[in-house]
Design a protein around this ligand. Structure first.
Ligand code: GCV
Length: 883
């Protein structure tokens, strides 16, 4: 009988024994709860099967299933030792005004304290009559004590946390410059409690570095999300705003907890219907759901709306009728959404309508819309992602990377004050490594924001662990050397360098209806990290990883150490097995942007070229001999990239075309680096699995533990798919063998097409490097049940069996593997990978650990196709288990 793989139950470990995790985590609860003879812990062990007993008598941290919904806002109970630090914590909370935001702040504070300290605070009014927590704006503090003053005037959204005596009572003050600042202060204090920090000398002031801290969600009105990997839209379904917006409100809470103050809710490839008179009231409901959390609503607009929706015969931004149309629209919106944040615009890009249709500039378009919003405080975020995707690839001087600077730099100073140019962090498109976009240093009289992508479009689509904060930090710290002065990108976008009132961060989040928002609990570290950097770009990657891990997985030092190490090395690891040396993510750029597809970048107009051929690889972007892109940077930065000698290895192929035998600063040749880095990357993912398994007993939640483990094991197999596809492609094209004799040589593999086949037939896979030996076997009608078998001829011993198969998304094929007729494993290929074809997107690995084999044993793999999915097999690898 076929059965879906089941997660072990809460009370059963993988070995089928009683799971000690539950009582192990009891040690977290406090020293008096060590497993002593006769202790509650041991008594628990005896009756583990009784759920009610466990939940009622043993209030264990880990007994609470965690599906990731609460993300970093779990407010999990502190241990007794940790709680002891809060013995004198106030029992009352006083709120100094009646605004909706402060009600939110009050309720959140009570919720957090109840969760972590197990106490329910009383709500009081007026001056404190006992030790209390005071919530209000700094201006309101005077009403309860004239001496209460924050150390300096706080800027917008800033807050002050302090311990002070008011009327002889010890009080904790949470005072914002505004109500929103107070709410941020509440979340900050709750974080401190979650970290079990000592509050006896509390004195801290925080101000956001950036006025604009927005997320963008690329949701379509039908509920699909462009480049979203966490389920369908929380905002829209079937062409309307969803009736139930409770998820939106919870999203607002998550965003507010880390200081995000705006959210654009629809795809930048915008649907004009959003601006229709009958749609705007629906959007007002979304704004209502966000408002208690201080998150302002923004929307993406299609610049052709005056024509496509408004019935005009033009959308020329300089036409007076078009200007009036936008003005009327702004009035309509303001009427319904008085705190409307503004419009996000993608125009003249990837087929979107734009001002170029009328020979107008982006400044003409942005200003028309911005003037309409000006009276109501709205902004226009105009994206610099404007480029021609029909570039002639034969012309070596053509270069998509030049586009943003070439188009926007000449317009500097021509934009209204409420226009912000939203600039992707690199000049191409969220590749695994790019230099900072030169446009970030190229606008001195125009406000700018950096666009970062939280959703992992090119970074493994949430199926791979890839913590992006270290990558973002490289861009934020990139010194543009404007005017020969230190001008890191972070200080340009904040407005500090060029004294701009506006500026900041926009992050493409794309959360969805999946319980854990992004489809993988670990991916939430990127949403958290984005927001923390938007607040303070000087925070280190390690500090952010540490915060996130503790808030999400608890204060266990072993967990922190292990998870932080995994997070912090995950981006370089991903880079190693996907696209090293600045070549870009070597993925299928014409399709899913997911699996390997080295050649897909070439010979088309999209301009994501790496120019790899028989002789060498890389884009020559120098001024001397290349596209001239390097000339878009300041003279000092040009010196870093114009010559081969100065360019760092990590970006070599972004700036230069070199032969495969070119020697890097590391001493390796380019080709050997490509081979080695892919092997190192895949090996590191293997370690990630072991690292996660090592903290199993401390993570303390089976559901979350298992879901992360499943993802990591999947990634382990995928890193090998990437490694083999990329290395084999370069071996074939360069003709240079791997000095370590690994590429193209797989002694432990048996190709499916060379096994004894019953019903299965061999097929070619395209591109050929995405299947071992370029071939697979498929089970096609009239066969409805196929098998591939062979006899083991290696040395007797214990092995891991790796079955490489294809998990197409157009069916749920079933597989079973047996040894001498005894079933070892069975599974259903029911993943929803982004392809229905055999190839780099769908190649997947199933591991069966600890199998004892003897010479002559028969190994048989059976497959039952389903729908369009043909139970395709690539190979079986019999891997000796290292001692
Ligand atoms: C919303 C890339 C993505 C597109 C995205 C575009 C953009 O090209 O693949 O899905 O479109 O960037 O940022 O506008």
């Amino acid at each position: 009988m076929w059965a879906l793989p089941r997660l072990p139950s809460l009370f059963q470990s993988r070995k089928g024994e009683v799971d000690l995790t539950l009582c192990h985590s009891e040690r977290n609860v406090g020293s008096q709860r060590q497993l002593q003879p006769g202790s509650i812990g041991l008594r628990c062990l005896r009756v583990l099967a009784v759920t009610t007993f466990l939940t009622q008598i043993c209030p264990l941290r880990s007994a609470r299933a965690d599906n990731g919904y609460d993300a970093w806002l779990r407010y999990a109970p502190l241990t007794e030792t940790e709680r002891a630090k809060y013995g004198s914590f106030p029992a009352a909370v006083i709120v100094l005004n009646n605004s909706a935001l402060l009600h939110t702040a009050e309720a959140e504070f009570i919720r957090g304290v109840r969760g972590m300290l197990g106490r329910t605070l009383r709500v009081e009014k007026g001056v404190p009559q006992e030790s209390s927590v005071i919530l209000g704006t700094s201006a309101e503090l005077h009403s309860i004590g004239s001496h209460l003053r924050s150390p300096k005037n706080l800027s917008a959204d800033g807050y002050w946390l302090a311990k002070d005596r008011i009327r002889r009572h010890d009080c904790i003050i949470i005072a914002g410059s505004t109500d929103r600042g107070t709410l941020y202060g509440v979340f900050a204090l709750l974080r401190k409690i979650a970290f079990a920090e000592d509050l006896s000398h509390l004195q801290e002031m925080q101000e956001p570095a950036n006025p604009v801290r927005w997320v963008n969600d690329w949701d379509n009105l039908d509920g699909r999300i462009e480049r979203g990997y966490g389920g369908r839209s929380i905002f829209f379904a079937d062409g309307s705003v969803r009736p139930d917006l409770s998820r939106v409100s919870d999203y607002g809470r998550l965003l507010a907890s880390v200081g995000i103050n705006g959210c654009v809710v629809n795809n930048v490839n915008a649907d004009p219907r959003l601006l229709a008179p009958n749609f705007l009231p629906q959007l007002a409901r979304v704004a209502d759901a966000f408002r208690p959390w201080g998150v302002r609503l923004g929307i993406s607009v299609d610049l052709s709306s005056p024509k496509s929706l408004g019935g005009l015969d033009t959308f020329d931004p300089l036409d007076p009728r078009v200007r009036s149309w936008w003005k009327e629209k702004a009035i309509e919106i303001d009427h319904l959404i008085p705190d409307f944040a503004g419009f996000l615009v993608k125009a003249d890009s990837e087929g979107r309508a734009g001002p170029s249709s009328y020979g107008r500039t982006p400044a003409d378009a942005a200003n028309t819309v911005a003037r309409a919003l000006q009276p109501y405080g709205g902004m226009v975020m105009y994206r610099a992602f404007v480029y021609d995707h029909h570039l002639d690839w034969r012309n070596p001087k053509n270069d998509r990377a030049r586009a943003a600077y070439d188009i926007f730099h000449p317009l500097d100073g021509k934009f209204e004050d409420n226009v912000i140019i939203q600039i992707k962090h690199g000049p191409i498109d969220f590749q695994v490594r790019e230099p900072a976009s030169p446009l970030l240093g190229g606008l001195e009289k125009t406000s700018g924001a950096i666009e970062l992508q939280i959703t992992q479009e090119y970074m493994g689509q949430q199926r791979h662990l890839c913590f992006l904060v270290p990558m973002w930090k490289e861009t934020l710290d990139f010194d543009m050397r404007v005017g020969n002065h230190p001008t890191p990108v972070k200080n340009i976008v904040s407005g500090r360098v060029f004294h701009r009132a506006l500026g900041g961060f926009a992050g493409v989040a794309n959360v969805g209806l999946d319980a854990n928002w992004l489809g993988n609990p670990m991916a939430m570290a990127n949403l958290y990290g984005f927001a923390r950097l938007a607040w303070d770009p000087n925070l280190s990657s390690a500090a952010i990883a540490y915060e996130w891990t503790r808030l999400t997985l608890g204060n266990n030092p072993e967990v922190d150490r292990t998870v932080d190490a995994m997070l912090l090395s995950s981006w370089p690891t991903y880079e190693n097995y996907t696209g090293p040396l600045g070549a870009g993510t070597l993925t299928d750029i014409l399709g899913s942007h997911y699996g390997p597809g080295v050649e897909s970048s070439e010979r088309n107009g999209w301009g994501q070229w790496h120019r790899a051929d028989h002789d060498g690889i890389g884009m020559d972007r120098t001024v001397a001999t290349g596209t001239g892109y390097v000339g878009q940077y300041s003279p000092e930065v040009q010196k870093e990239f114009e010559t081969l000698a100065a360019t760092p290895d990590s970006l070599l192929l972004f700036f230069h075309h070199v032969s495969y035998t070119y020697r890097l600063k590391s001493g390796k040749t380019v080709i050997q680096h490509i081979y080695d880095s892919h092997y190192e990357g895949a090996e590191r993912v293997h370690e990630f699995v072991r690292m996660w398994e090592s903290i199993r007993n401390f993570v303390g939640d089976d559901e979350r533990y298992e879901s992360v483990l499943a993802r990591l094991k999947y990634q382990e197999g995928r890193a090998i798919v990437w490694r083999d596809a990329v290395c084999n492609w370069f071996l074939r094209v360069s003709g240079i063998p791997d000095a370590k004799s690994r590429v193209g040589q797989y002694p432990n593999r048996t190709e499916a097409e060379s096994m004894q086949l019953q019903g299965y037939e061999p097929v070619d896979v395209e591109p050929s490097e995405t299947a071992s030996g370029g071939k697979a076997v498929v089970c096609r009608a009239p066969a409805s049940n196929c098998a591939a078998s062979f006899h083991f001829s290696g040395a007797p011993g214990t092995y891991q069996l790796n079955v490489q198969y294809f998990d197409q998304n157009n069916g749920k094929a079933k597989f079973r593997i047996s040894l001498n007729g005894r079933q070892l494993d069975e599974w259903v290929a029911d993943d929803t990978l982004p392809n229905a074809k055999l190839g780099g997107d769908t190649s997947t690995r199933r591991q069966i650990r600890g199998v004892t084999l003897h010479q002559g044993d028969e190994i048989r793999i059976e497959g039952i196709p389903d729908g369009g999915e043909l139970a395709a097999l690539d190979y079986l690898e019999i891997e000796p288990v290292s001692k």
